[in-house]
Ligand binder design. Sequence first.
Ligand code: ZN
Length: 285
Amino acid sequence: MHGYQRTLRKDVKCTGIGLHSGKQVTLTIKPAPVNHGIKFVRVDLPHKPVICAHFRNVIDTSLATTLGMDGVIVSTIEHLMATFAGLKIDNALIEMDAYEAPIMDGSAEPFTSMIKKAGIKTQPKKRYMIVVKEPIKMIEEDKEVGLYPSDTLKITYTIRFDHPLVKEQSYSISLVDGLFEKEISPARTFGFLDEVDYLKRNGFARGGSLENAVVIDKDRVLNPEGLRYSNEFVRHKILDCIGDLSLLAMPLIGHIVAVKSGHALNHALLKKFMQQKSCWETAEA
Ligand SMILES: [Zn+2]
């Protein structure tokens, strides 16, 4: 159990393109002091505005998670945020020179391995966590997501698509040490070919390609290398969900159960959960 806060040992840097913008961006992740949390800095803008990674700053969840403050945004941050949560990093400063984070290979693996390579440092201050006390659930048409008491962070996810390759996939994982890196971090973003075409025609997914997403046609995966896991799709949804939960800005101790949920419903649940004070308490790790 990592009871103490953690940060990186040194700066790490990568360059890539934004999935939706297609724009090149350089991302630098820097160590930060205790109780700093995860913050983004837009170094390409005057006065270098800072945005805290907090669910209160979520302004859009339609295609990716976008944070905004005073007209400044950072977008498609969910895989990076999942990496911090998965590696139990509490404090970091992320510099970006464009509004959208790089998509890299569509998974969290490039971020995970570069942070692991830099090393992780334990800091002399305990972390606080949010512990689920009472169940809470949200349902929207055929989608649902709920939080339940549990001893560790556990995620159970079910996806259902009317497609012969995906159909129904269900996966459950407790995020105990090392499992995020092995089982979740390498799972890539996916899309159906007709959907990808539609997005591109409408000016989204400009940076999208087989280099950074699994693309599914009628009965086959178009990527020549195939899948990284037979159930890579549901694993990626868990990755996105970990990123969404990380915007509580404190590690969560509870079991999240989701059926066909996405960023929008996950964020709606977080808001309702935090408003309902009987559902949770904070505790020192
Ligand atoms: Zn994703």
